[in-house]
Structure formats: structure tokens, C-alpha cells
Design a protein around this ligand. Structure first.
Ligand code: FES
Length: 174
């Protein structure tokens, strides 16, 4: 019984260590700090780096980054849970956010998002590569419907262009 508990503890520690931030991350963070008057001002780009590197923002990562910028972990948790670009759970490597607020909705974004979801589900090459979600206003309403594809905006978005973007991402991964 005790041994089993030790094994579980070991497993827990191993998986926590796997989520540790890399040396590469710490190096990039030091570079980034040069551009900001205070370390805490670099919190958002640091979190973007973690999301990209690990596909999520784990508890371990939040602890480490809170230490690094010298704020309470609750501050980091508040930021991570406020912005949809960050996720506590592991996500597929490519993010697509389709805005379904009024202007985009009036220009068919709900249907676009549903068709895109169907396409991602059905297309064998797309499996596990894209995380799709509907978002609030992305601030580019005059080009509705708008999608956020990783860090880039796709304005006047349509299914063909989104499919091309997905295909380009897949061929880059090969
Ligand atoms: S409503 Fe979609 S970008 Fe503003």
C-alpha cells in the first residue's frame, strides 16, 4: 500500500517536472525583460511563450512565472483565466478563434464556425492539430466575419481560406 502511494507520488512528481519551463524559456525571458520597465509588464508575452511551448499553462508554469516576475500566483491565475488565448488544459498546437459577436454573427460567422468544426472533424490530416473555439469581438468588426488563426487575424474570413490556412499548417508540420 505504502509502495503504491510512493509510486503515485513519483508519477506525480515526474509529470510535474515534465511541465517545468525550459532553459530556453528562461533565456528568452531575460531578453524580453530588457524591453520593459518592470518584469511584471512582460507577463502576457511570457504566457504566450509558455502556451506555445507546452500547449497549455500548467500550475507548475504559473508558479514559476509568478516567481520570475515577482507577483502572487493568484495574479497569474487571474490573467490566464481571463484571456481565451491561454488554456489550463492541453490544446492542439494550432488555435482558431471565430468571432461570433453581433457584426460577425450577422455576416454568417456561426455557420462558418460550425462548418469549420465539421471540416476539422472529418479531414483525417487535421485530426488533433487544430483547436477551434468561438470568441467574443476581436475588434475588427468592419471586416466581419473575423477569425484569429494563431496570432494572425483573418479578416472577411470564409471556409476556403480557413481550409487553405489549415492545409498550409499541416504541410509545414510534415
Ligand atoms: S463582432 Fe466580430 S470582430 Fe467585432
Amino acid at each position: 500500500m505504502g509502495k503504491d502511494r510512493d509510486k503515485d507520488k513519483d508519477k506525480e512528481l515526474t509529470s510535474k517536472n515534465e511541465m517545468k519551463l525550459s532553459q530556453e524559456f528562461y533565456k528568452k525571458a531575460q531578453e524580453l525583460f530588457k524591453d520593459y520597465p518592470k518584469r511584471v509588464h512582460a507577463l502576457l508575452p511570457l504566457l504566450h511563450m509558455i502556451q506555445k511551448e507546452q500547449g497549455q499553462i500548467s500550475d507548475q508554469a504559473m508558479e514559476e512565472v509568478a516567481d520570475l516576475v515577482d507577483v502572487a500566483i493568484t495574479h497569474v491565475q487571474g490573467v490566464v483565466t481571463f484571456y481565451t488565448m491561454y488554456s489550463l488544459k492541453k490544446r492542439a498546437p494550432n488555435y482558431i478563434g471565430v468571432c461570433t459577436n453581433l457584426s460577425c454573427w450577422l455576416r454568417g460567422s456561426k455557420e462558418l464556425s460550425q462548418s469549420l468544426l465539421k471540416m476539422i472533424d472529418e479531414e483525417k490530416d487535421f485530426k488533433g492539430k487544430f483547436h477551434l473555439e468561438e470568441t467574443e469581438c476581436l475588434g475588427a468588426c468592419d471586416h466581419a466575419p473575423v477569425a484569429l488563426c494563431n496570432e494572425k487575424y483573418m479578416e472577411d474570413a470564409n471556409l476556403d481560406d480557413l481550409k487553405d490556412w489549415c492545409l498550409a499548417k499541416c504541410s509545414k508540420d510534415k
